[in-house]
Design a protein around this ligand. Sequence first.
Ligand code: PLP
Length: 387
Amino acid sequence: MLNQSWRISDKEYEYLKAVLDSGFPGSSTINFTAKLEQLFAEKFASKYAISFTNGTATLHAALAAAKVGAGDEVIVPPLTMASTSFAVLHCGASPVFADIDPATFLISAESVKACITPKTKAILPVALYGLTPDMDAINAIARKHKLVVIEDNAQCFLGKYKGKVAGTLGDIASFSFQNSKHITCGEGGMVTTSNPEYAEFIRKFSSLGYGNVSAEPGKSKINKSDIVKPDFTRHICPGYNYRMSELCSAFALAQLERLEMFVTWRKKCAAGFAGAIKDVSWLIPQQTPPECENSYWTYTVKLNAPEIKWDDFYNKFKEFGGDGFYGAWRLTYTEPYFSKIIPDEHKNCPVAEATQPYLMQFKTNYGNDSDINKQADALYKTISYFQ
Ligand SMILES: Cc1ncc(COP(=O)(O)O)c(C=O)c1O
């Protein structure tokens, strides 16, 4: 039995209790959301951090802030969780799929270039598995064509690119606190940006377009003394009520305070898996370029041995005491819904198609050496079995 209790400390209980004990009186006496946002902005070197219900709502808000709307196109990778593309659809726009790089499994800047049309409004690169794409190349394309760059960092906490933390590499960035992520509160998300106009729009969008909420510190919540008045004007723009609850903020703050520890364990775990495959030519790990620091949401390898079936490898890994692993999501445009609505000329990513079926995403959320060794050992034994 693997020990997962390490993910939750006394702090989570303490902060949750503080919210419960407060009796939910409103923002005046207790405001974990503001503390969470302030600390997140600090850790992610951004002027603003705005909390959300999840990391899909964050993408929707970021795209809306970039004025993505009906008739526009947004360039996305096909190898990712489908929220990336769903958020584009939420804005009434169309996802256009750029192929991936065969070594990093990330959106390829060359392929992005080929996807640009007069309708392109934004690029939405995904820091898949904890690794940032080639952001200098992507930003250069964006500058040339006046596009907005939105980082989908749902899987990348404290990953770095040329010394800069993920979340500061584009115009706006999105993070997820869903269960499997580096830090969690069950479901939740965060947007970072250093652009005051985007921040202001995103804060209002996350509420119900309230006129008196703002991205500035201390102004995240509606002002009670104003709204009691019968002639108070509330809604000045569209809003989706995507705000994070105080309970989730309290939990997420306790997690955020220990973020570095969570990332360190993920990296340790990845190092264990890397050790197990180091002499194996037919397991190809996601390649981390020298200018990047991978935060290893998962340790992902491509099974490059036609005679070994993915399912057989999975079953043997479990037999040897492994905790299982995930296959990659089907390419978004091959999912039934997307397949119907995406035109055929936008379903052309041969590298992603040749990669996705063979990926194995090993989990990295273990918080002690014994569990990490057990997983690495199971991988080592599985490899020896198939050698
Ligand atoms: C790359 C990516 N983008 C977006 C999301 C959406 O986040 P959430 O589940 O918090 O809505 C996820 C979540 O798993 C993800 O992995």
